[in-house]
Design a protein around this ligand. Structure first.
Ligand code: ATP
Length: 433
C-alpha cells in the first residue's frame, strides 16, 4: 500500500534542482499565507516511480502574483499567460514550473473552452481528466508531501485503471478522448467499463469534431511523441475517432508493421535520419494511406503549419514519381540512388525506409550509411582556381564530380583534377561553338 506522504516518492523521481524548487516554492507560499500544491502528472509519476521533468503547481491565490514573487526570490524568469491566468516560471539549471490558480471549470457547450472561477484545490482536482491525474501533494513546509486524492486516483493506479471523474467528462472536453487513449496505451491500463462506454458514446456523437484544430493537433502531437504510437493510433482508428477528425483518415493496411519498423529505425537512427523530428515522422506514417487531397484537408482541419504540409507533399511526390524506380529490380547506379533520395527530408527518408520493399530498403540503407556523405575532395574554390567562374557551371561540375566519385570513376584527388580539367575543356569547346 502506498504512503500518504509523498516526500520520498517526489524526491526519487525529480532531479535535485526540481526537488529544491518545490521546497522553495512551498516556503514562498508560506510567507504569503497561502496553500500551494504540486498537481497532476508529477504526483501520478511519483506514485508510479516514473521520472518526470516539468512541475505543475497550483496555488489557492493569484497565480500571476505568486509567480512574480517566486521569480524575484528565486532569480528566475516568468512568462505570464494573462488570458488563462497561468504563468511559467523558468529557474536556473533547467527547471520549468507551470503555475496556475486553483479553479473550477464549467463548459457552455462541448468542445468550448471552459469558463473558470477561482476555487479551493479540491474543486480544482475534480475538474481534471482522469482520476490518476486528479491528485495533488501539498508543498507548504507544514505538511509537505501530503497526498490529496479526492477521486480515488491512487487506488486506480494500483489496479491499473483509467477512469474519468464524472459522466459528462468527454462531453465537457472531447480532447479527453485522445488523452484517454494516450494514457491507457502509455501505462497499459484498462479503461474502466463505464469510462469505455462514455468514450465510445462521445466518439459516436462525433464530439471530437467540435474541438478546434489547434487543440486536436496538440493532442495528436502528444500521442505521436509517445514511445509506442501504434497502440493509441490503432485504438483511435477502431473507435472511429480518426474518422471524426477527418472522414477519410484511416491507417495504412500495413500499419502495425510500418510503425514497428519505424520504431526500430528511430531508436537507432542512421545518417541524416538522426535529425528527423519523431512526431513529424510518425504523422507522415499515420497519414501515408490517405489520398493527397484528403491529407491536405486533414492538415487544414488541424491548422497545420507549413512544415508538415511540405513533408506530406514530399512523401506523396516520392510515392508517385520515385518509389517504382527505387523498387525496380534493374541495376541502379550509386549516383542514381543518390539523386533519387538527396532532396528528401529526414522524416520522409525514415518513412520510406520503414515501408520499403526489400530492394528499396537496401538502396535507402546504402544511401544513409554511405552515399549521402560522399563528397568530392575538390570544392568550389578549387574549381575557381582551375578556371571555372562562379555560377551554374560551377554547381553543375561539382554535382557531376560527386556523381563520378559515387560511381567510382574518380577515386583520388588527381582523378578529380583530371575530371574537372576535362570538363572545362569540353565546356570551352561548347561555349566557342
Ligand atoms: P504528461 O506525462 O503526458 O505530460 P500530464 O498529466 O502532465 O501528462 P499535461 O497535459 O501536462 O499532462 O497536463 C497536466 C495536468 O492537467 C494533467 O495531469 C491533468 O490533471 C490536467 N489536464 C490536462 N489536460 C486536461 C484536460 N483536457 N482535461 C482535464 N484535465 C486536464
Amino acid at each position: 500500500m502506498w504512503n500518504r506522504d509523498l516526500t520520498e516518492a517526489l524526491a526519487a523521481i525529480l532531479n535535485p534542482e526540481a526537488a529544491e524548487a518545490l521546497r522553495d516554492l512551498g516556503k514562498i507560499a508560506d510567507d504569503r499565507g497561502i496553500n500551494a500544491f504540486v498537481v497532476g502528472g508529477v504526483v501520478r509519476d511519483a506514485l508510479m516511480k516514473r521520472p518526470c521533468e516539468d512541475l505543475d503547481i497550483v496555488v489557492e491565490d493569484d497565480a500571476l502574483d505568486f509567480a512574480a514573487a517566486a521569480a524575484r526570490e528565486l532569480k528566475g524568469r516568468v512568462k505570464k499567460h494573462r488570458r488563462f491566468g497561468t504563468a511559467i516560471l523558468v529557474l536556473g539549471r533547467g527547471v520549468k514550473v507551470d503555475i496556475a490558480t486553483s479553479r473550477s471549470e464549467s463548459y457552455a457547450r462541448p468542445g468550448a473552452l471552459p469558463d473558470v472561477a477561482p476555487d479551493p484545490i479540491d474543486l480544482d482536482l475534480r475538474r481534471r481528466d482522469f482520476t490518476l491525474n486528479a491528485m495533488a501533494a501539498r508543498i507548504n513546509a507544514d505538511g509537505f508531501g501530503e497526498l490529496l486524492d479526492p477521486a480515488g486516483g491512487r487506488e486506480d493506479l494500483e489496479t491499473g485503471v483509467l477512469r474519468v471523474l464524472h459522466e459528462r467528462s468527454f462531453e465537457d472536453d472531447p480532447t479527453r478522448v485522445l488523452r484517454c487513449v494516450r494514457f491507457a496505451a502509455r501505462f497499459s491500463f484498462e479503461v474502466d467499463p463505464l469510462t469505455e462506454k462514455l468514450l465510445q458514446d462521445a466518439v459516436d456523437r462525433n464530439l471530437v469534431s467540435t474541438v478546434s484544430g489547434e487543440r486536436i493537433m496538440n493532442e495528436i502531437r502528444l500521442i505521436l511523441s509517445e514511445d509506442e504510437v501504434w497502440a493509441p493510433l490503432e485504438r483511435l482508428d477502431s473507435l472511429g475517432a480518426l474518422a471524426s477528425i477527418h472522414p477519410e483518415w484511416h491507417l495504412p493496411e500495413k500499419a502495425p508493421n510500418l510503425f514497428s519498423e519505424l520504431m526500430t529505425i528511430m531508436k537507432d537512427p542512421v545518417g541524416s535520419i538522426r535529425s528527423a523530428t519523431l512526431w513529424h515522422t510518425n504523422f507522415l506514417a499515420a497519414v501515408s494511406a490517405i489520398d493527397i487531397s484528403d491529407a491536405g484537408a486533414l492538415l487544414d482541419r488541424l491548422r497545420s503549419g507549413a512544415t508538415l504540409r511540405s513533408l506530406v507533399n514530399e512523401l506523396a511526390r516520392f510515392e508517385t514519381r520515385t518509389r517504382e524506380r527505387l523498387e525496380s529490380e534493374g541495376a541502379l547506379s550509386r549516383s542514381s540512388i543518390y539523386d533519387a533520395l538527396v532532396a528528401l527530408s529526414p522524416e520522409t527518408l525514415a518513412v520510406i525506409l520503414a515501408s520499403g520493399g526489400q530492394i528499396a530498403t537496401q538502396r535507402i540503407a546504402l544511401y544513409l550509411s554511405e552515399l549521402e556523405s560522399v563528397r568530392p575532395i575538390l570544392n568550389g574554390s578549387d574549381l575557381i582556381v582551375l578556371g571555372l567562374q562562379e555560377g551554374s557551371d560551377l554547381g553543375r561540375v561539382l554535382t557531376d564530380l560527386r556523381r563520378a566519385r559515387l560511381d567510382g570513376f574518380v577515386t583520388s584527388k588527381e582523378d578529380e583534377l583530371e575530371f574537372v580539367r576535362r570538363t572545362i575543356r569540353n565546356l570551352d569547346v561548347k561555349n566557342k561553338r
